[in-house]
Design a protein around this ligand. Structure first.
Ligand code: SF4
Length: 547
């Protein structure tokens, strides 16, 4: 796709997005669609998409679900149909999006050079390195001129329009390597995102953070993405000061030869050290791993994937598997043209992903198994964006199951608190003992979990931030169920049965028994009030209490 074609595609995308459904013209089709959605007892998102495609299309393109939801609300407002909350929920844009308990809002930084020279990474003018103009997140960011306030405010408004609760927001800051941006820009960017959540301007980052503690849209998690070689003790401190609670890092491979062949510009030792520094500081650790890099084979990738779990210095909490995409204009593309590189076939990829899924330990969440790059960018190789579904189906057909956190979440299941059992999974890393405490339903679904990190006596003292020294650390508390508005009633949903508090009490007992006298938590800004009620006091970077 050349530049004018991309421009045209963008214009068409915007036109499709901005034109509401003509209710008079599509009234009957919409009513038939609503009946079909209501009648399907085992509705899944792919099924919903198929139903929408079958009943109503715009040209050859599917109608976005958010327009269907808007049309439903308008028809109800006009009295054509009676509003049915259950049906409205089924029609929601991305029904799974808020199942993890919080509502993600992704924003993107402006273009800025990345110190990496990775041969597979696209470099689109006007966008942060690695992002492509037709990716939905990039489109939204560009539309708002990469302004953090405008992006955040618009996303919250859209989510509200389609019926999502927006009182608990996880902010995902996308854009190449965050740590490479100027400090003043970083500070301004986070402050303006918080201003949008607070619905008022602030005088400083600290002012915006304080205001968010009691704001209508509270920031209950903040994610930044960076490179392992940019992580130092000072950088870790700064990330925490800005409000980050989770760091996404591109490990891509655990083989120095493959890293060098792809010009990653860092080593496995850098990834191991970055993981230790971040883990000792309490961050949730999210790695990206990339099969099908230049020089790798499906077999070497299987070996490489095992290193993530066999090496105690790695063992991430979350993982995105992004099979390398072959994109025109990259160095990898040139090598492919010269016959030096081959993308895996779909079958090879699916078999590899199945092997990966079966190797993942229950303490990790696999967030993605493919990056959602528009097919028009991909020169060769896989273009299936619902690869996860294909892999899940293949696993089921073979009677196999992935044990990762995502595959065990409760989703829509109702929860009877008295039926939950409390499981404990402990494992070692190179600097800590990790305890994953989880509430599990009788059907083995995960209703919530807590990550407690106990620094080992021989953990390098110089690598631990002063405020965290000597403290047991709660790195994550996650309770599943729809992201209900605070105070909203939905009896049986996990968020409202005090599960978080019970997990914290159990973690306190474990930390105490291990000889710790102080418990710290890497509290997101919008959760400070919650922890204060549990006796934690706010320090500069963490909330702590004596135990
Ligand atoms: S570090 Fe990431 S953003 Fe930078 S060049 Fe490599 S892949 Fe692209």
């Amino acid at each position: 796709m050349n530049q004018p074609e991309r421009e045209r595609a963008r214009r068409e995308w915007r036109a499709r997005r901005d034109t509401p459904i003509n209710l008079d013209q599509h009234r009957d089709a919409l009513l038939a669609l609503f009946d079909a959605v209501r009648a399907d007892e085992n509705l899944t998102r792919p099924k919903l998409n198929r139903l929408i495609m079958r009943h109503i299309t715009a040209g050859n393109q599917p109608v976005p679900q958010e327009k269907i939801v808007a049309a439903y609300r308008q028809l109800a407002a006009r009295g054509v149909i009676q509003f049915d909350r259950a049906l409205a929920e089924r029609l929601q844009l991305k029904p799974m999006r808020t199942m993890s308990g919080v509502t993600p809002v992704a924003v993107m930084t402006r273009a800025h050079p990345c110190p990496g020279k990775c041969i597979f990474c696209p470099d689109a003018e006007g966008f942060p390195k690695s992002y492509l103009p037709l990716e939905p997140g990039a489109q939204r960011a560009e539309e708002h001129h990469f302004d953090p306030f405008a992006q955040t405010a618009a996303r919250i408004k859209t989510l509200e329009t389609i019926g999502h609760a927006t009182d608990k927001i996880e902010l995902l800051i996308l854009g190449g390597s965050w740590s490479a941006y100027p400090h003043a820009y970083q500070e301004w960017f986070v402050q303006r995102c918080l201003d949008a959540m607070n619905e008022r301007a602030s005088s400083s980052l600290i002012d915006a953070q304080s205001a968010n503690e009691t704001a209508a849209h509270r920031n209950v998690g903040m994610v930044m993405e960076t490179r392992p070689d940019l992580i130092t003790r000072d950088e870790v401190r700064r990330l925490r000061w800005l409000g980050a609670t989770k760091i996404q890092m591109g490990a891509q491979s655990l083989d120095d030869k493959i890293l060098a062949a792809n010009c990653r510009g860092h080593t496995v030792a850098d990834t191991r050290r970055a993981m230790r520094l971040l883990r000792l500081a309490g961050f949730k650790l999210h790695l990206h791993w990339m099969p099908n890099l230049f020089g790798a084979t499906a077999e070497s990738d299987r070996v490489d994937f095992a290193r993530l779990w066999d090496d105690p210095a790695l063992r991430p909490d979350e993982l995105k598997i992004y099979p390398c995409s072959l994109i025109e204009g990259t160095e990898l593309y040139a090598r492919w043209r010269r016959g030096e590189y081959r993308p895996y076939t779909d079958d090879e990829l699916v078999e590899l992903l199945i092997a990966c899924k079966l190797r993942v330990p229950p303490y990790c969440r696999i967030n993605r198994v493919v990056r959602d790059i528009p097919a028009s960018y991909i020169a060769a190789g896989n273009t299936t964006s619902d690869l996860r579904v294909v892999v899940q189906r293949a696993l089921r057909a073979r009677g196999l199951q992935c044990q990762c956190i995502r595959c065990r979440e409760v989703r829509d299941d109702k929860i009877a608190a008295e039926e939950l059992r409390l499981d404990l999974l402990s494992y070692q890393t190179d600097a800590t003992t990790e305890h994953l405490l989880s509430f599990v339903t009788p059907r083995n679904r995960l209703a919530g979990f807590l990550r407690l990190s106990l620094p080992s006596p021989d953990a390098p003292r110089a690598e631990i931030l002063d405020e965290a020294r000597g403290a047991a650390m709660i790195r994550e508390v996650h309770i599943y169920g729809r992201a209900l508005e605070i105070g909203a009633d939905s009896s049986g949903d996990a968020q409202h049965t005090g599960l978080g508090t019970r997990l914290i009490e159990r973690a306190t007992q474990i930390a105490r028994a291990a000889g710790f006298k102080r418990l710290a938590v890497i509290a997101a800004i919008g959760t400070r009030e919650y922890y204060r009620k549990l006796g934690f006091a706010l320090g500069e970077l963490y909330m702590t209490r004596a135990i």
